[in-house]
Design a protein around this ligand. Structure first.
Ligand code: 9UX
Length: 69
């Protein structure tokens, strides 16, 4: 995986969703830092985790995610 990437998120309704998504991202091996921005609907992820594993973890938690260019 890349050192740092941005994901576009969907399905976040309230501020507590942020904590849930960050927890899901941080559960993926290789992630060193995860920061979700509710207003922007983005997640900034640092580390060496594969993108597909990140998206899978977020999807399993009940949200949507795709790689942002
Ligand atoms: Mo708020 Mo988010 O009640 O999954 S935590 S909508």
């Amino acid at each position: 995986g890349k050192q740092s990437l941005q994901l576009m998120l969907s399905g976040m309704t309230c501020a507590s969703c942020v904590a849930s998504v960050e927890k899901a991202i941080r559960s993926v091996p290789g992630v060193t830092r995860a920061s979700v921005n509710l207003a922007e609907r983005t997640a900034l992820v640092s580390g060496e985790a594969p993108v597909d594993r990140l998206i899978e973890a977020i999807t399993d938690a009940g949200y949507g995610a795709e790689l942002s260019e």
